[in-house]
Structure formats: structure tokens, C-alpha cells
Write a protein that binds this ligand. Structure first.
Ligand SMILES: Nc1nc2c(ncn2[C@@H]2O[C@H](COP(=O)(O)OP(=O)(O)O)[C@@H](O)[C@H]2O)c(=O)[nH]1
Ligand SMILES: [Mg+2]
Ligand SMILES: [Zn+2]
Length: 323
């Protein structure tokens, strides 16, 4: 049995099939996790009878119920040969999670201890998908993580095309940046917004994420892209996720395989709480907290939509998320 030194703390910055790369003040250590920790944290999810037993055994699913996430602060011990063992996951400041693809009952933690969620959309090719943006924003609200909206490929549309809709989001208090890697518009603003923060980048394939990262810092998009490619290759690389360091401080967490995105653990009855402009009305409908804000008489939210205090577009997004 290897002898271990005292507990050290660090941050998980990369993981790959049951191996965790932890950064601490004393350097980087490659860790596994203690069997006690694995049992303790996996049990409550893996035991759910609603999940077919055939699923639980798949490698991808083990990844999804991984008790240690990118960004986690952990305690670990180091053996004389330099191998580390994670013994404790320290309380998370927050966590960004979604329903695991194809397995609604499983939570997939994208990252823990995140400073902001950066949602990337293209002005065109592909056209922006506002309902998807609202789903990202609801996830950020629920997790209490600030969201940054980035609309890129601005050069592909007439000036001003999306000013109104961006102003709509700004009026809700969201920070929105318009960029183009063709013209260089907005790149300085994006670099400044990423500085010294741990950012999770999210957006469909082809919207321009890699190009944006390369514009912010030469080679950065390439590095993030390599991680994504490794993830797409096949089963046995699908657990490789990494936090990439920015030269001027801060980290980018890539979110590969995000072709679909479903919110995790948000009840229909709570959904309106995560639409900033709806939240103040929750509870003041005639049916109180039982109101779904769809067809009920005396609904305060429907009334606010009618009065123009809540936009039709955001309200329709809400309804689509309920369905
Ligand atoms: N016109 C224009 N094309 C862009 C811009 N950003 C990216 N693209 C193009 O959009 C495509 C997808 O970009 P990429 O960065 O790979 O997207 P990702 O899949 O989100 O990483 C590529 O062909 C890029 O050249 C932009 O600001 N303007
Ligand atoms: Mg890319
Ligand atoms: Zn209502």
C-alpha cells in the first residue's frame, strides 16, 4: 500500500476516463478518486429505478454520473510515487448542469464553480435560435451564474438587424456583445469580458466559437477544438473535458457534444421564476402559485404580456419550455 502525504487542495482542470488532473499550489497532480467517494456520490442517482439497468453500465453513463466535475475544488492525497487520490469534493459555489443527452433522469454537470456562461449565437449561418438562448438563460438563472450573450458573424447581416432584440435582453440586465471575426468588431470587448473569469462557452456547432476564441487569443480556439474533436471520436475519448487557460488570466471550459440542450431539474411550476421579467409577478395570479400562466383567468403574467411589460417572444419561449 502506497503511503500518502497530508491532504492538499486543488482544482480539477481536466478529466479523462476516471483520471482527474488537479492543479494545486504545489503543481499538477494526476488523481483517481477514492472508492468511498465514488460510492457515496454515485449511489443516489445510479439507484433510481426509473433508469434501465442496461444504461447504467454504459461508459457514457458513468461519465454522466461522475461525482467530480471540471472546476471542482477537491482535497487529495499524494502517494510517494506521485499518484494522487481525491478524497473529498469541497462544497460547490455553483454548478452548471443539463439533462444528459438521451437520458433525461441523469444530471450531467458541465462544470462547477463557474463565473459566467457565455452563450454564442451567429447573426446568420446558422440563424439565431432565441428559444435556445432562453433555455441557456434559464439554466444560468437557476444556477445563479451570470450569463453573457455573444452574437457573432455580425458582418453577415445589415447593420442594426439585431439591435432591438439585443436591447431587449440588455433591458433584462444581461450583458450582450456583438462580434465579427471578419471585421474584428467586439473582439476587445469579448476579451475583456473573459479576463480573469472561468467561462463556460456554449453554442451550437458552426456558430463561430472556435473563430472567436482564436480572435481573442491566437491558438486558443484550436486548443479548445482539439478537445472537442477528441470527444467526438468515440466512446473511449468521450470523457475528456478540459479547462483551457487564458494568457491574461481566466479559463475557458468547452462544452462539446452539446447538440441538444435540456435544462436539468427545473419544475414547470418554477420556470417563471427563471425568466427575470416574470419573476416579480409569480404568486400574484388569481390561482397563486398554481397558475401555469397559460390560459388561467386573472393571470398576472398574461396581463403583463398584454400590457407590454413582458415581450411576446420571451413569453412564447416560456410556453415552449413548458411543453
Ligand atoms: N462571415 C463570418 N464567418 C464566420 C465568423 N466567425 C466564424 N465564421 C465562419 O463560420 C464557420 C464556423 O466557425 P467555427 O468557429 O468553426 O464555429 P464553431 O463550430 O462554433 O467553433 C467557419 O466557416 C468560419 O469561417 C464571422 O465573424 N463572420
Ligand atoms: Mg469549434
Ligand atoms: Zn399566472
Amino acid at each position: 500500500m502506497a503511503r500518502y502525504t497530508n491532504h492538499v487542495e486543488g482544482v480539477v482542470y481536466k478529466k479523462q476516463l476516471g483520471t482527474y488532473f488537479v492543479r494545486s499550489a504545489d503543481g499538477d497532480v494526476v488523481c483517481s478518486i477514492s472508492s468511498r467517494l465514488r460510492k457515496e456520490l454515485i449511489y443516489p442517482i445510479a439507484d433510481r429505478s426509473s433508469i434501465g439497468h442496461h444504461r447504467v453500465q454504459k461508459v457514457d453513463d458513468i461519465h454522466m454520473i461522475d461525482p467530480v466535475a471540471i472546476g471542482d475544488c477537491v482535497q487529495f492525497v499524494v502517494a510517494e510515487d506521485g499518484a494522487g487520490l481525491i478524497t473529498e469534493v469541497l462544497p460547490r459555489r455553483n454548478k452548471l448542469a443539463r439533462s444528459a443527452a438521451g437520458v433525461k433522469q441523469l444530471e450531467q454537470i458541465i462544470a462547477a464553480n463557474v463565473d459566467q456562461l457565455v452563450t454564442v449565437f451567429a447573426a446568420a449561418l446558422p440563424a439565431p435560435h432565441w428559444n435556445l438562448l432562453d433555455r441557456y438563460l434559464v439554466t444560468a438563472e437557476e444556477a445563479e451564474i451570470p450569463a453573457l450573450i455573444v452574437m457573432t458573424k455580425l458582418d453577415l447581416v445589415e447593420p442594426g438587424t439585431f439591435d432591438a432584440v439585443m436591447d431587449e435582453y440588455r433591458a433584462l440586465g444581461y450583458h450582450a456583445i456583438l462580434t465579427s471575426t471578419e471585421s474584428g468588431h467586439g473582439i476587445d470587448a469579448l476579451r475583456a469580458a473573459l479576463n480573469d473569469k472561468t467561462s463556460v462557452l456554449i453554442g451550437k456547432s458552426g456558430v463561430g466559437k472556435t473563430s472567436l476564441l482564436n480572435a481573442v487569443q491566437p491558438g486558443l480556439g484550436l486548443r479548445v477544438g482539439e478537445v472537442s474533436k477528441a470527444l467526438k471520436k468515440g466512446k473511449h475519448t468521450t470523457t475528456h473535458v478540459e479547462m483551457i487557460g487564458l494568457n491574461e488570466g481566466g479559463y475557458i471550459v468547452d462544452t462539446p457534444g452539446m447538440r441538444e440542450f435540456s435544462t436539468w431539474n427545473i419544475d414547470d411550476g418554477d420556470l417563471a421564476l427563471f425568466f427575470r421579467e416574470m419573476q416579480p409577478y409569480v404568486g400574484s395570479c388569481r390561482f397563486g402559485l398554481d397558475c401555469t400562466h397559460r390560459t388561467e383567468p386573472g393571470c398576472a403574467i398574461l396581463k403583463a404580456v398584454g400590457a407590454g411589460h413582458i415581450t411576446k417572444r420571451r413569453y412564447e419561449s416560456y410556453v415552449r419550455m413548458l411543453d
